[in-house]
Design a protein around this ligand. Structure first.
Ligand code: ARG
Ligand code: ZN
Length: 863
């Protein structure tokens, strides 16, 4: 059943307050609710409560029996059977967290589905098991009957009864004693922000004093054994709290802020009010077990969830179509935080890399949808790169257009106007329109028009005037054939013939389909640096010689464009090699060498410049140019260019490797930049030294970045068998490190072996379908191994489909998400398309396939 934005209606009842009592038991948790409802005079009607998989024990209204109807999805009380004044609704239901493999609602981690029934033998969950919840988007309805929609906001009081030593919920702690704990959250919130955690947990404590002098208790709660991996996350939390005060003027609003690490979790983390729940991979960190990339991601996600306290929680979404209201803005905020903590230049390049890899890919295929979708079947399928990452790009464009000061004023107005409300994109944009007097009607199309705009440019030079003429067009996407011109902020700078900048960064605001911009009074024809800082999420189509690219690579003052020029040179080189075996031009090889050996450049930046475009990126580029991509050829060409680079850089690689030893490990920008350059050099060096350097580093490494980097270098060169075994022996008891072990083997498998390796790993005793991290380690890596996934025998397609079908019965959300591996099927040749279509149809034919996966596979097939 499809739900439409245009059908939005206020609920018939608002909620004044909620009291919940949980009597926890693995297979028979009782949930008692007492809710005060207030009839909505604007929209009178029946009391409609969501509820799924609940065993209903009792219902009362104002403590009396009332007639009601229960279906698989709802409990309804007719308006005629209800008081016209506010009333209390009470219900008691029973649920089974122990068997909740979907990890939505109240569940246990780890799951123990095979455990004996209650009363048979074991009544207590295993020593390590914990109760936890995931309610966004629509999980609360699996806990009790409730208007499970974000526009219904209420204060919650919660009482938890269990033998678990630690019992947590939202808000501030209340009474507690042996066997019970009470929590009160004074801030009105929607049900999706509810959380409960109970288990044998240990806290890593901390504290923060807000700018108005309020003392806040901080905790990171983990299972015994993980307490040594919390310090970094705690620091990131404190930094986030200080940053939000400093940059957005936002202060924390409870006495306590708790974070819990959970091993079994569908996504990265969740911003429940005062009780953030994290996938343990997104919070636990130590130098021995986490890579620099892990540290960076953890810092960003902790910030993201914390920032939601204002952008998401205090001000929330009216309905799920507005998801980007909180996600786009919060991603933008966490990106700026990470830039401030590390390096804006490096962060921006990394953002563009992921945007292109995930969001452009989505926007170019059958799953393309607007940042604010107009309809959905299952909202969990819209936690996408488009909503999150493109949503964040929109905020960045808005800021660039109105300027820093107006951005700040508009945000302040938004916070002041809408605190405590559930609002829409219209409300967000109104704060900007009212602050600046601008008409944002055309800009608003960024929320409604799907697809990545293509921007082409022509140059003209006459009598000291340099003119850029831009043309934009957006390709058709599912359900949207006619596209209108968008507002594009195009940041441009001009470089003179001697390499000096003659016009600093200027933002051109393009609004027409075709539009010209002139720069007058120039002494000589300049070279344009276009789309600095990647100022708009578009594909720039620009004819450029390798010479011009190399010139900008050497002279551009904008770090993103400087990197981009190296990138384009690499891409042209690879495409030429794929098309007809043309070997790399010296212009490219020398330009890379120059950047690599330029000690004035940040090592992290140099490492990024050495990185080659991914096989998936090349496949999309070929497809856009009307060429059917051949995965084997793409793989072979990329390997060949790596070998040629390794040979060309032979004399500089050993020095780069030695000089970029960062010394004692610190997970900061400087150290990670050096390690990243060192490992990039190592990866090429390993192609020519038989693996000696990598083996030595593997043995000596005292941190996971270098240990895994050395192993990865060996595996990509077809070496490292002993090290792989050693790695498993060393880390067999560490779940998160073992995820890396599973992942690396599949990711670096040769094309003809990837499916077999993945398959044999599913037979490994430590493989389990029930843990999403482990499942993703194997199958995310398989889908990401381009040539391996698209191997011409079709084995990988079938293997993934087998496991998606099996996983769907346990965990629809993760299955649906991973089915996106097939979203690019239309790019390939008829044989591969046929094989992928067969697998998609086989998945779709599965009896009792979930709504989540059905929607995704149907959309993918409709291409
Ligand atoms: N709001 C969370 C975040 O952005 C994501 C949770 C999404 N969960 C889901 N089941 N769709 O941090
Ligand atoms: Zn978020």
């Amino acid at each position: 059943q499809t739900i439409y934005l245009k059908d939005y209606q206020e609920p018939h009842h608002w909620v004044r307050d909620v009291h919940l009592t949980f009597r926890l038991a693995p297979r028979a948790t009782r949930v008692l609710s007492k809710i005060t409802f207030v009839p909505n005079v604007q929209n009178p009607g029946d009391l409609i409560l969501d509820g799924e998989g609940l065993r209903l024990i009792a219902v009362a209204v104002n403590e009396a029996i009332v007639p009601y109807q229960v279906t698989d999805t709802h409990l309804v009380i007719k308006s005629g059977d209800l008081p016209t004044a506010p009333f209390t609704f009470e219900a008691e239901v029973e649920i089974s967290p122990q068997t909740n493999t979907a990890l939505e609602g109240l569940y246990m981690s780890p799951l123990n589905v095979e455990a004996p029934e209650e009363g048979e033998r074991e009544s207590q969950p295993g020593q390590n098991a914990m109760y936890c919840t995931q309610c966004e988007a629509e999980g609360f309805r699996k806990i009790t009957y409730y208007p499970d929609r974000p526009d219904v906001m209420a204060p919650f009081s919660v009482r938890i009864e269990s033998d678990m030593p630690v019992m947590l919920s939202n808000g501030n702690p209340g009474a507690f004693g042996p066997g019970f704990a009470e929590w009160h959250d004074p801030w009105p919130k929607p049900s999706y922000l509810f959380a409960l955690v109970a288990g044998n947990l240990i806290n890593h404590p901390g504290g923060f004093t807000t700018k108005s002098g309020k003392q806040v208790e901080l905790n990171i709660w983990v299972r015994p054994g993980d307490e040594g991996k919390c310090a970094f996350g705690m620091q990131a939390l404190k930094d986030s709290m200080a940053w939000d005060e400093r940059v957005y003027g936002r202060e924390y609003d409870l006495d306590i802020f708790n974070i819990v690490a959970v091993d079994d979790f569908n996504m990265g983390a969740m911003e429940n009010k005062g009780l953030n729940v994290f996938n343990s991979s997104c919070v636990l960190a130590s130098k021995e077990t986490s890579t620099d990339a892990n540290f960076e991601r953890i810092e960003g996600i902790i910030a993201h969830e914390y920032f939601h306290n204002w952008t998401g929680n205090r001000i929330t979404c009216r309905d799920w179509f507005q998801l980007c209201l909180k996600e786009g803005l919060t991603v933008y905020r966490d990106q700026m935080f990470s830039g401030d903590m590390r390096s804006h230049a490096v962060k921006r390049i990394e953002e563009v890399l992921t945007l292109r890899a995930r969001q452009f890919r989505e926007d170019n295929g059958p799953l393309a949808h607007p940042v604010r979708p107009e309809s959905f079947v299952e909202i969990n399928n819209f936690y996408t790169a488009t909503v999150y990452e493109k949503g964040a790009e929109i905020i960045g464009m808005l800021k660039r257009i109105v300027g820093d000061e107006a951005y700040k004023k508009s945000c302040d107005l938004y916070f002041e106007r809408h605190d405590g409300q559930a609002v829409t994109i219209e409300d967000w944009l109104a704060a900007f329109a009212d602050t600046t007097g601008r008409d944002l009607a055309q800009f608003k199309q960024w929320y409604s028009q799907a697809g990545t705009p293509r921007l082409s440019v022509e140059e003209d030079w006459q009598d000291g005037t340099f003119t850029l003429t831009f043309t934009q067009s957006t390709p058709a996407t599912p359900g949207q054939s006619d596209k209108k011109p968008m507002v594009l902020p195009i940041a441009v700078g001009l470089i003179g013939p001697n390499g000096a900048e003659v016009v600093p960064t200027t933002v051109l605001e393009m609004t027409e389909a075709t539009q010209s911009f002139s720069f007058e009074g120039l002494g000589a024809r300049p070279t344009a640096s276009i789309l600095r800082d990647f100022s708009a999420p578009v594909v720039l189509e620009r004819e450029m010689s390798a010479k011009t690219r190399a010139f900008l690579l050497a002279h551009d003052t904008d770090p993103f464009q400087k990197w981009e020029m190296g990138r384009m040179l690499a891409k042209d080189t690879l495409i030429a090699m794929i098309m007809d075996g043309t070997p790399p031009a010296n212009a490219y090889l020398d330009a890379i060498k120059t950047v690599l050996t330029d000690d004035s450049l940040d090592p992290a930046f140099r490492a990024l410049t050495l990185g080659l475009p991914s096989q998936d990126d090349l496949a999309q580029t070929l497809y856009d140019a009307g060429v059917t991509p051949d995965p084997d050829k793409i793989y072979a060409a990329r390997e060949e260019v790596r070998r040629i680079l390794a040979a060309h850089l032979r004399e500089v690689l050993p020095a780069l490797y030695v000089e970029n030893d960062a010394g004692a490990f610190a997970p900061d920008a400087e150290g990670s930049g050096k390690r990243s350059l060192r490992l990039s050099a190592l990866s090429l060096l390993t192609l020519s030294d038989g693996g000696a350097t990598a083996r030595a580093l593997y043995k000596r490494a005292d941190n996971m970045t270098e240990q895994a980097g050395a192993l990865q270098a060996l595996l990509s060169a077809g070496l490292g068998e002993d090290e792989l075994a050693d790695f498993a022996a060393q880390w067999q008891d560490d779940r998160l490190v073992m995820d890396k072990w599973f992942m690396m083997q599949v990711a670096s498998a040769a094309p003809d072996q990837a499916a077999d390796i993945a398959k044999s790993l599913t037979q490994h005793p430590d493989f389990t379908m029930k843990n999403p991290n482990r499942f993703r380690s194997v199958f995310g890596a398989l889908a990401g191994n381009h040539a391996g996934f698209h191997a011409s025998d079709g084995k990988a397609y079938a293997l993934l489909a087998d496991h998606l079908i099996a996983l769907d019965a346990l965990n629809p959300q993760t299955t649906a998400r991973m089915s996106g591996a097939f979203e690019t099927w239309k790019r390939y040749d008829a044989d591969r398309q046929g094989m992928m279509r067969d697998q998609l149809e086989r998945i779709l034919a599965t009896p009792t396939l979930s709504r989540d996966t059905t929607e995704m596979v149907t959309r993918i097939l409709s291409a």
